[in-house]
Design a protein around this ligand. Structure first.
Ligand SMILES: Nc1ncnc2c1ncn2[C@@H]1O[C@H](COP(=O)(O)OP(=O)(O)O)[C@@H](O)[C@H]1O
Ligand SMILES: [Mg+2]
Length: 270
């Protein structure tokens, strides 16, 4: 059953620019979904509509039975946590612990519960060694994990990650993947915007594609990454190994090196 639904949602910024047009999407509990598309496609605007930072010009956003039109951003943020694309738009405390503690504290939770939520979030995001540091003494990639932890600490049912893979090394990508798997196993919905198609292949099943302020397609990653009309319209590239496989004119629609090796072993009887 859908936990979060966008029904025919359109949005226009105050300067008159229409950034999202007639978008329909829905998300269930306990699933990880990737949203992909070029810069300017409307991805960030769409997810800000999901946590009430923005309200639709027309259409409805329904979260766990709530229409975002009827609730404040603060109320909605208990259900949907949003990690900003740029961590520096989100960080405003002088040590990591205080930064992570801010949201659960504001929710008025008892001190023991706050501490428990902060430590759980810090562990999941891998920032325990930096709790006493000033966030601005940490590199960009680690500041991103600090903002992730501060959203995880709210223990909302839906977590939205806006380009968490940007500027991250391989180890950080693995940590992100493990974190997403853990959250999904806890029954949370994880919605992730990313430009990294390998990251999508490794950690997601369902993919939503946006282009020119609209959702142009959605489906299983294999169908999406082998749909050349969709890839062309959204100006997305296939994962590297799929491109190799295509230029070799292999029949199998592979998405990973393992799949390619399996296929080659089968056809060549290795
Ligand atoms: N505050 C704003 N005012 C006016 N236009 C904006 C604002 N924020 C974003 N836009 C425009 O809306 C479009 C979609 O932006 P965005 O949702 O950030 O796309 P994406 O995340 O896919 O890159 C872009 O053309 C962007 O320039
Ligand atoms: Mg964006």
């Amino acid at each position: 059953m859908s936990f979060l639904t966008l029904e025919d949602v359109s949005f226009r910024y105050p300067n008159g620019y229409k950034a999202v047009e007639n978008v329909n999407m829905s998300f269930s509990k306990g699933e990880a979904v990737a949203i992909v598309g070029q810069n300017g496609a409307g991805k960030t605007t769409t997810v800000k509509l999901m946590n009430g930072l923005l309200k639709p010009e027309s259409g409805n956003v329904i979260i766990d039975g709530w229409n975002t039109k009827d609730y404040t951003t603060a109320q909605i943020s208990r259900k949907v946590g949003y990690v900003f694309q740029n961590p520096d738009d989100q960080i405003f405390h002088s040590d990591v612990y205080s930064e992570i503690e801010f949201a659960p504290k504001r929710l008025g939770l008892p001190p023991e519960k706050i501490k428990e939520s902060v430590m759980k979030a810090a562990e999941l995001a891998g920032v325990v060694p930096y709790l006493k540091e000033h966030p601005y003494n940490l590199p960009f990639s680690m500041r991103k994990f600090v903002t992730i932890a501060s959203v995880l600490a709210m223990e909302s049912k839906v977590i939205i990650l806006d380009e968490p893979s940007a500027g991250q090394d391989l180890l950080a990508m693995e940590r992100l993947g493990l974190m997403i798997r853990t959250l999904v196993a806890e029954g949370k919905t994880v919605i992730t915007i990313t430009h990294d198609m390998e990251f999508v292949v490794n950690h997601f099943e369902r993919v939503i594609v946006m282009a020119n302020r609209r959702k142009i397609s959605e489906g299983n990653k294999r169908d999406i990454f082998w749909d050349f009309d969709v890839l062309e319209e959204s100006m997305l590239k296939q994962p590297h190994i799929s491109r190799v496989s295509r230029s070799l004119q292999l029949e199998e629609k592979v998405l990973s090196i393992d799949e390619m090796m399996n296929h080659l072993q089968q056809v060549n009887n290795w």
